[in-house]
Design a protein. Structure first.
Ligand SMILES: [Zn+2]
Length: 252
């Protein structure tokens, strides 16, 4: 039987921590694994701690663009290197101008992002990238690195940018917003089938049918059901295809 893997979730978030034991039981019963991304040094350590509790947790360590300005780079790079045999990837990393007030702040994000990409290339690990309104900048940086598994999580570009992502061999992931957003549904149908991954990005809250509830990993089968309907495939057929994509993304 196949396993469904959340391509991007923040299980190290303090909102989830008191419920870790229940979340891990639910994941086991529902046959769900998780690429658990980190934001900074503190959450990278929490992700590693969670990783010791269950093999269903696939730890990703990194510095999120929101934290790039105030987070020290070296301790996180060190942590990644020291734990390279325990982690499945590097993330959440990326660029986002909404977190900076000037060009210096953005340049700092670029510097942190490039250092993380170099390390991913060196350690041969996949990356989970935050690309809100910065796809063009990211597309210009990526070709300098040789990384097999590049995920543009919560893909929110236009059709042309989706094509560019496919040309660069990137994976893209869709989450709960796809259940109610027609734009995302159209993008899904135009995505190379072997590059589709699914995510929740919990604990981020979603509107419409999700009613701004804290997003749980248990929402993931709904995202898969929706994707299978849009793609006109059976649920189990889509599950198998996504599992195959996930294994290639992780390089396992
Ligand atoms: Zn995220």
């Amino acid at each position: 039987m196949s396993w469904l893997t959340d391509a991007h979730i923040h299980l190290s978030d303090s909102e989830f921590k008191p419920e870790w034991q229940f979340i891990l039981v639910a994941m086991d019963k529902m046959r769900i694994k998780a690429c658990c991304v980190s934001m900074d040094y503190q959450s990278s350590n929490a992700t590693l701690e969670l990783g010791t509790k269950s093999p269903l947790v696939l730890p990703f360590l990194g510095i999120h663009p929101e934290k790039a300005g105030n987070e020290e780079l070296e301790p996180v790079l060190d942590l990644i290197m020291k734990n390279s045999n325990k982690i499945s990837g590097i993330g959440e990393i990326g660029l986002d101008r909404t977190y900076v007030s000037d060009e210096n702040g953005f340049n700092r994000q670029v510097d942190v992002f490039e250092k993380m990409l170099s390390l991913a290339e060196k350690l041969k690990k996949p990356v989970s990238i935050h690309s809100r309104k910065t796809l063009e900048e990211i597309f210009s940086i990526l070709p300098s690195y040789h990384i097999d598994g590049v995920l543009l999580h919560w893909f929110a570009g236009n059709k042309k940018q989706l094509q560019k992502a496919m040309d660069l061999g990137c994976y893209v992931s869709y989450g709960p917003a796809m259940v109610y957003s027609q734009d995302k549904q159209i993008l899904l149908t135009q995505t190379e089938p072997s590059k589709i991954l699914l995510e929740t990005d919990g604990p981020v809250k979603f509107s419409k049918c999700f009613g701004y509830k804290t997003t749980q990993i248990t929402f993931l089968p709904s995202v898969l059901f929706c994707a299978s309907q849009i793609l006109g495939k059976r649920y189990d057929e889509t599950l198998e295809a996504i599992e195959k994509n996930m294994n290639s993304y992780l390089g396992v």
